[in-house]
Write a protein that binds this ligand. Structure first.
Ligand code: AMP
Length: 391
């Protein structure tokens, strides 16, 4: 352990060149590592892939499966402070890290975000509304739950689903009957009422080691096939609504005694109601715009929080539309990168394996005003042959 200090106020600070350990070496780990390196920190990543996206930005790695407690301990041994970039850190490792290491994000937010039922409960307790939902462990439960909350609804696995995976939309009784005999004994699901949303939003809040919070402005998201396609920042909500969402997100982070960036995804209904869908206790895809459109990026803010540094005040510097570049768009991006509008900023994750649906890069299309940012995004979408959608 070097360069860490415990002050009288229990404010623990990791001063550069302390070493930050990141569990997970995907694109979020890579962008965290890049921020940390530019702030003067050392970085080690734990990932099963030796050529993971974060590896080039780190100055060391532990190459091992995510479920190896021994590997997590080895990472902890090499580092002063630990963070993670994905929610599915096994419970056993979370407990070991909490007990043995400096792990400011803590285990509580992870345990809650790993279980959709507990997550909904936590969102409600913080003040958010959620869709009506029921726990389901069998086909009989499912029928009962559907009778109670009505169709259309979505059946989601309680654990392990992401980017729309592990979800079955149930529009009619026929869809429901088709699940007869397919639900594994011992499984845990949640049946959630379908929300007829007008658009999707997210809010990112940073909570520092002293309990202080800073929110990034609420942004508007468009998903395609369950994967984020585009984020428009800021969403430009009415100030009262903006304040309410930020207050709930800050309350949630506080209740979980969480330190770092916490994201909450929401549905916005025609009548102005906002319904929380889920949370993510880490930097989030819908916060990538902050790399080019905000006074501080979500990644730097996260590193500030977990190292005990003061949080920066996020100020929008340029309206930005962020586009995710998936495997199917990647060749067109590389071929046409020189023809993108000059106010588009490309961030490539360095993944070797290009597959449809895999997040390969993102483009921050900026402008001096929102219309200019939208126009840049339209041109970029055209170039990448992303078929038009309707906002
Ligand atoms: P999730 O895996 O919960 O993030 O869901 C992925 C996407 O599915 C969301 O971003 C929505 O577009 C859609 N979705 C999930 N839950 C609901 C719901 N209750 N009502 C309507 N759409 C939903």
């Amino acid at each position: 352990m070097n360069e860490c200090q415990q002050t009288g106020l229990a404010r623990r600070i990791a001063r550069p060149p302390a070493v930050i350990g990141i569990l997970g070496g995907g694109q979020l780990g890579r962008m965290m590592a890049l921020a940390a390196r530019s702030m003067g920190y050392g970085v080690r990543v734990l990932d099963p892939a030796s050529r993971c996206p974060a590896r080039v930005a780190a100055d060391g790695a532990v190459t091992a499966p995510f479920d190896s407690v021994q590997a997590a301990r080895e990472l902890a041994r090499q580092c002063d402070v630990l963070t993670y970039e994905f929610e599915n850190v096994p419970a056993e490792i979370v407990t070991a890290l909490e007990q043995e290491s400096w792990f400011p994000q803590g285990g509580e937010a992870l345990r809650i975000s790993q279980d959709r039922l507990r997550e909904k409960q936590a969102l409600r307790e913080a003040g958010f509304e959620t869709a009506a939902y029921r726990p389901v462990t069998s086909f009989e439960d499912l029928q009962e739950a559907a009778d109670e909350i009505g169709l259309p609804a979505i059946l989601k696995t309680c654990r392990g689903g992401y980017d729309g995976k592990g979800q079955v939309p149930l529009r009619t009784g026929h869809d429901l009957q088709r699940l007869h005999g397919t639900m594994d004994a011992g499984g845990h699901w949640i049946l959630e009422k379908w929300v007829p949303f007008q658009c999707e939003l997210s809010v990112l809040v940073a909570r520092g080691s002293q309990g202080e919070t800073r929110s990034f402005p609420v942004v508007k998201n468009v998903h395609r096939s369950g994967i984020l396609h585009r984020t428009t920042a800021p969403a430009a909500l009415a100030p009262q609504q903006e304040a309410r969402v930020q207050q709930w997100a800050q309350a949630l982070a506080g209740r979980l005694r969480y330190v770092g960036i916490l994201a909450v995804e929401l549905f916005y209904l025609k009548d102005g109601t906002m319904v929380a869908n889920e949370m993510a206790p880490r930097p989030h895809n819908s916060g990538h715009w902050t790399l080019d459109g905000c006074s501080v990026s979500q990644f730097e803010q996260h590193i500030r929080a977990v190292t005990g540094l003061p949080l920066a005040e996020p100020v929008v510097t340029r309206p930005t539309v962020m586009l995710n570049v998936l495997g199917q768009h990647y060749a067109a991006l590389l071929a046409g990168i020189d023809t993108l509008p000059a106010n588009c900023f490309v961030h490539i994750y360095g993944k070797d394996d290009v597959r449809p649906g895999r997040k390969m890069a993102h483009i921050n299309c900026t402008g001096t005003n929102a219309a200019e940012a939208r126009e840049s995004a339209r041109l970029a979408e055209e170039l990448l042959q992303m078929e038009a959608d309707h906002e």
